[in-house]
Design a binder for this molecule. Structure first.
Ligand code: HEM
Length: 505
């Protein structure tokens, strides 16, 4: 061996040792900063609690199941280590109020900066969901809040009805009590078509047959979104290059399509054509009034944000609702009775009629308590912060798991039981309103809550008006975590037309 080679080897070993010592020191300092907080012991110095989380996921659970399990032994406030990153988990309702509402904490930069682009392709960009600059977010939110106000959304009641009718017509074709309907696929198509129509006046065609190309590409983009959020290694894995390329192409297609819609609308407006006050119209007015805030790119970011925020969330909620009703025949019958008695067979369900269905409201709330499809959210401390008597260092991510909070025995009585009555105004069971916040709370609360509630209630009421259904047997209750919470088997049902529907009294 030449002297030169030995010297070279010596340098390589010394540099590697220096790197190792620096990394060990960094990990050690990171852990030390949080050692005063409660939490389970780390599985490993390097990966922290990742092995335990991976074990739960390998057994068919989601990360939030691990969080819920941990809360049984470590309480409603604890720290978790994900590699060198420490996350403070907050499941205590009073602390959640502080994290989401009163404490004025911004969204976590580490988490939300990853939602702006997927594999380098701009996706949600700097729209409401991914905007981490608070000043810019406030400006956008202030403008969009107007469009999503309940009184504004009410004017779309006829479109919500029209789409629910298209959906029942679609179901009729297969309602022979022996054809399996994958309700999640069907609801996904419905919510995508409805969003495009109500928000952008775009007709995506029939619910039967092949998907519209935008639906197919959007699905691909969403798969990439979920993959990037759940496993950052997908972005660098050389064997995944084809997947990354397809996702990038899909995103370019979807953004290009939305951009073209905006151009076409401009031309049509110049020609004096009539348009409803849809979201696109509203967005384009904003651009004229505030050209420096609402650039073309920011507007496109928000178009995609509303589609992403509104489509799978509502579709999954409706599937979970059918699943829970199918497994709880008494609740099913009670809901059907309420709809028969208050709405009967009317063909257009107005918002006044929807307000006459308190049990439907309770069923929706209880469904979202058990399956908060948005799962959770993250905020960040900008200075050292005292939360519930625990000192949290500046720059820490605080995770609120809606799923684990509303399933924790400390927060809700008999939490795994489906009991819509617990949301009755006179219920003897009292729990904090921060024990179940599926639409989040505080300034970042879901902007589309009213939109989702109206859409879901009209669609479910129409299904119950027209059909009886039962779950296909042998389906698992396993959950999948694909950016939103999903039923792995998609909630398959058999439908049959109802024989008689009594008139509303
Ligand atoms: C059952 C249906 C829905 C559920 C459970 C849900 C849940 C949530 C949750 C938990 C958040 C807060 C996320 C966070 O704090 O990071 C959120 C935010 C948001 N949602 Fe929804 N959502 C639903 C439907 C919708 C609909 C229909 C739309 C639009 C058409 C929408 C648009 C948004 C937007 C834009 C945000 C970001 C708000 C902001 O940060 O200013 N969502 N949603």
């Amino acid at each position: 061996m030449s002297l030169l080679f030995v010297e070279f080897l010596g340098i390589v070993v010394a540099v590697s040792l220096c790197i190792l010592v620096t990394v060990v020191w960094h990990f050690h300092r990171q852990h030390q900063k949080y050692d005063h907080l409660p939490g389970p012991p780390r599985d490993s110095f390097w990966s922290g609690h990742i092995p335990s989380i991976a074990k739960v996921m390998a057994a068919g659970g989601i990360m939030d199941d691990y969080v819920l399990e941990t809360s049984k032994t470590h309480g409603l406030f604890f720290r978790l280590c994900l590699w060198n990153q420490v996350v403070v988990v907050v499941l205590d309702p009073d602390c959640i109020k502080d994290v989401l509402v009163t404490g004025n904490h911004p969204k976590s930069k580490r988490i939300y900066s990853r939602t702006g682009s997927i594999f380098g392709a701009r996706f949600l960009g700097q729209g409401l969901e991914s905007q981490i600059d608070n000043k810019h977010w406030i400006l956008q939110r202030m403008h969009f809040d107007q469009w999503f106000k309940p009184n504004f959304i009410r004017q779309f009641a006829s479109e919500f009805n029209e789409f629910a009718d298209c959906f029942t017509e679609y179901l009729e074709t297969y309602a022979d009590n022996k054809t399996e309907i994958h309700t999640l696929h069907s609801f996904n198509k419905l919510t995508m078509h409805l969003l495009y129509k109500v928000a952008f006046n775009i007709d995506m065609g029939s619910l039967h047959g092949e998907n519209h190309p935008v639906v197919t590409k959007m699905k691909k983009a969403l798969t990439g979104f979920a993959a990037q959020l759940s496993n950052p290694l997908v972005a660098v894995n050389p064997f995944k290059w084809r997947f990354r390329r397809d996702v990038q192409k899909a995103i370019h297609f979807v953004r290009g399509n939305a951009r073209q819609e905006m151009i076409d609308r401009n031309v049509a407006k110049r020609n004096g054509d009539y348009f409803p006050h849809d979201l696109l119209e509203y967005i384009m007015d904003l651009k004229e009034k505030y050209p420096s805030v609402m650039t073309d790119d920011i507007l496109l970011d928000n178009v995609l944000t509303f589609i992403l925020g509104g489509q799978e969330t509502s579709a999954n909620t409706m599937s979970f609702m059918l699943d829970l009703l199918g497994r709880n025949p008494e609740c099913y019958k009670k809901l059907q009775r309420e709809i028969d008695e208050n709405v009967g067979a009317v063909s257009v369900i107005s918002l006044n009629e929807i307000e006459k269905l308190p049990y439907l409201d309770m069923v929706l709330k209880e469904t979202l308590r058990l399956y908060p499809v948005g799962k959770g959210t993250f905020r960040e401390t900008i200075k050292d912060y005292n939360l519930g008597g625990h000192l949290i260092p500046a720059g820490t991510d605080m995770m609120v798991s809606f799923y684990a909070t509303s399933r924790a025995e400390q927060n809700v009585r008999d939490p795994t039981k489906f009991s819509p009555e617990r949301f009755h105004i006179d219920s003897s069971e009292k729990f904090s309103k921060y024990a179940s916040t599926p639409f989040s709370a505080g300034p970042h609360t879901c902007i589309g809550k009213k939109f989702a509630e109206i859409q879901i209630k009209i669609t479910i009421a129409k299904i119950m008006q027209n059909f009886d259904f039962e779950l296909v047997t042998g389906q698992s209750c396993d959950l999948a975590d694909n950016a939103v919470l999903q039923a792995k088997d998609g909630v398959k049902c058999f439908f049959r037309p109802r024989e008689t529907v009594s008139a509303a009294s």
